[in-house]
Structures are given as C-alpha cells and as structure tokens.
Design a protein around this ligand. Structure first.
Ligand code: ADP
Length: 398
C-alpha cells in the first residue's frame, strides 16, 4: 500500500510517496514558485537522476497534477496507475483547540482548518489549498490531516494557559499550543520503542534543535510541556527567532523606533536569535567557524543557545519528576556533537553521562550515553513524513 504525503506552503508543495509495506520512500519532490513566474518541479526517485521541469503552476491544483503525472509517467514514474495511491496525508499547521489528534478530512475538518487561519496565517490557508487540490485531482481518495499542534494538546491547563484575562482563552482560544508536534510525537514514540522503556518509566525529553528549535517533555507519550506557545516564537533562542522576551521589549521598540507592533514581531521572528546576537549567521556551522576564529559575538550566541536549552531541559526534568531518556533531533541536534556535549555536560550533577566516542556520530540513530548513565541519551533523526504516513494509514483504514 502506498501513501502520498503532502506539505503545502503558500508558494511551494513538498511531497513523498511512501510504500507502507517497508516504510520506504519510493519518490519525493518539491514544487516551487506556485502562483509566481518561473514555477519549477523537482522529482527524485532514490538511485535515479533527478527530474526537473519548469511548467506554469498558477495554483496548487496544477502542482498536484504535475506530481501525479510524474508518478505515473512511463519514463520516470513509479506507479502504473494513480489508483495505487491508497490515501493522502497532509501536514496541517494548526488544528486550534478542536483537534487533539490527526483526523480523516471531511467538510467539518476543512471548516475548522479555515477557522484557524488567524492562528496560522502563513500555513493554514496553504495547507487547505493542498487538501482541496488533492480532492479535485484525486476524487474518492481519502485525505488525512496531521496537525503540528496535536501533540501539544496533551498538555494540562496549568501548562498551556497564559496568565492573562480569561476571556482571551474563552473567546479567542489564546493559549500555548506548541509546534513541531509531528516531530516530537515521532521522536518521543520512537525513543520509547527503541529504548524499550517499560510503562511507568517513560519520561522522555525531546530536543528538536534546528533552524527552529523546541523541546518537549512527555510521559508515556503524552505531552506534559513543550517550549513553543501560541506561535513558534515562544521558548528557546533560535536561528532567527528571539524566543522568550519580556513583552515590554516590544513596547519599548515600538515607541523608540516608531514602528508598528507587526514590524517588531517580524523582527523578533526573522531578524533575531543567534543571527542577531552574532551578527554573522543563523547557521550553526558558520557560528562554529566564526567562534573558532575568535568572534566573541558568535561565541556568545552559541553560549546563549546552549544556556536556554539547558535551562529548559532542567525545568522539564523537574516537571516530569525525573527523566528516563533524552533524544536529540533536528539539523543541530542530529549533527552537532559540541552542542549535545555541552547540554548533557550540564546534567552530570544528576548522573547523566555522555559516551564521548558515540557522541561523535552524526545523523544516525545512536545511543550516546554510557551504560551507567541515570538517563539514556540518543541521537534520533526525526521523520515527520513517516509519522504522517503512519497516521494516514491508521485513519484512512486502507
Ligand atoms: P529547519 O528548522 O529549517 O527544519 P533543520 O532541522 O534542517 O532546520 O536544521 C538546520 C540547522 O542545522 C542549521 O542551523 C544548520 O546550521 C544546522 N546544522 C546542520 N548541520 C550541522 C552540523 N554539521 N553542525 C552544526 N549544525 C548543523
């Protein structure tokens, strides 16, 4: 059985076709510049040369049609007929407070995705376009929505509420939702399975450290805390996001620079984080090189990043009442031995110990703690598409 995974952005559409017999990727690709001059489709089949076509894609519907045409093409295709696609799984940013789990898409689900446009203004409209394009081009094929917010919906009110007038929760659903949910759900679930953690000892912390970074604490697969909030701006210092700041900072900049709140928010999302502190780059490889060459602001940016990760992991260990496993994922989490060593080094006081040799590994599922460590530590590469595919298989019942 084959499942198509769609991740639709405002002008892009990423996809993977996954064979659920062995969970292998059969084909994947990307449509870029949808609705913009110069649209481009890149299609990849493992072991074969990439296929690139530049054809107009005024809407997501033409993009999906091009993807399907490539998949069944006699020359480059991997399917004999499109009916071999049993179901389509869609990554959807925001399910609001209505959906605590993935769901088979019907008109009600689309209505809720639409109602959440104000909570996910950049992503939800695009996600809905991807869904409607598939409905139009593949009528009768079930579509499943997997929400980035579902995992965070496991939090209790004491963790997800903001201490602001209650009406904003009641009337406007302002609360902490958490993001990177598919990644946290996948990695925490895989950590429990891979470490074979017994029931009662499934307190897991996942550090998803990439361009966007977030940490989650879960117990037996249920999210207890996660660092992002109403939007992905809350929490850790990130590539270009500030993470937590006192809201008065916003007021000060608005009054001082005579710019709007929206402009300050754009600054906090796109021009802050380690990029702003270092003045060098948002990419950790550049920061490492600059710090190595003696750039003090690059060193400070890296130190701040680690400090905030340690502070959050420490708080989450307290909230969980201990920790059984800690997993690192995302571009930095999977590839930076130095960041992992600094974070875990700070947990030495509670008997968490890193195996320095194993920690040299990059991008591969690996146990990196010593046998006598009080908690197991892993590198566990995330696979959001596979998580969406498994959810789609379960819900589409195919
Ligand atoms: P996104 O949040 O966009 O999905 P990724 O999870 O792909 O981001 O992570 C991108 C980040 O991973 C970049 O900041 C990059 O510097 C970092 N990264 C990738 N490889 C390495 C490496 N070898 N060492 C340190 N950082 C790395």
């Amino acid at each position: 059985m084959k499942i198509l995974i769609i991740n639709a952005g405002s002008s892009s559409l990423k996809y993977q076709l996954i064979d659920m017999e062995n969970e292998a990727v059969i084909a994947k690709g990307l449509c870029e510049r949808i609705g913009i001059e110069g649209s481009k489709h890149t299609y990849k089949v493992p072991g074969k040369e990439d296929f690139v076509e530049e054809k107009p894609m005024p809407t997501h519907q033409e993009a999906v049609s091009l993807v399907l045409a490539a998949l069944v093409s006699p020359e480059i295709g991997v399917l004999s007929d499109i009916s071999e696609v049993s179901a389509v799984g869609h990554r959807v940013l925001h399910g609001g407070s209505t959906y605590t789990e993935s769901i088979l898409i019907n008109e009600d689900v689309k209505r809720v995705i639409r109602e959440c446009f104000d909570l996910g203004p950049l992503h939800n409209p695009a996600n809905l376009m991807g869904i409607e394009a598939c409905e139009a081009v593949m009528p009768g094929t079930p579509n499943v929505a997997v929400f980035d917010t579902s995992f965070g919906m496991g939090m209790e009110p004491k963790a997800y509420m903001y201490a602001i007038p209650y009406k904003y929760y009641e009337e406007n659903k302002l609360r902490r939702y958490g993001f990177h949910g598919t990644s946290h759900a996948y990695v925490s679930g895989e950590t429990i399975a891979y470490a074979n953690l017994p029931e009662g000892n499934r307190r897991v912390i996942v550090c998803h450290l990439g361009n966007g970074s977030s940490i989650s604490a879960s117990d037996n697969g249920r999210c207890v805390e996660t660092s992002m909030g109403l939007t992905p701006l809350e929490g850790l210092v990130m590539g270009t996001r500030s993470g937590d700041v006192d809201p008065t900072v916003v007021q000060y900049i608005v009054n001082h620079d005579h710019i709007s709140v929206d402009e300050v928010l754009t600054m906090l999302n796109k021009k802050s984080g380690v990029l702003a502190v270092s003045g060098v780059s948002s990419d950790f490889r550049d920061l490492d090189a600059a710090a190595e060459a003696g750039n003090e602001r690059a060193r400070l940016a890296l130190d701040m990043f680690v400090h905030h990760v340690v502070k959050t992991v420490g708080a989450y260990i307290a909230v969980l009442g201990g920790v059984d496993a800690i997993s690192f994922t995302g571009g930095i989490g999977e590839n930076s031995p130095a960041i992992r060593a600094q974070v875990i080094g700070q947990l030495g006081f509670m008997g968490v110990k890193l195996d320095a040799e194993a920690n040299k590994t990059r991008g591969k599922r690996t146990l990196i703690s010593t046998p006598d460590s009080t908690a197991r530590v892993y590198i566990l590469p995330t696979n959001e598409e596979l998580f969406i595919a498994r959810e789609t298989k379960r819900l589409a019942n195919v």
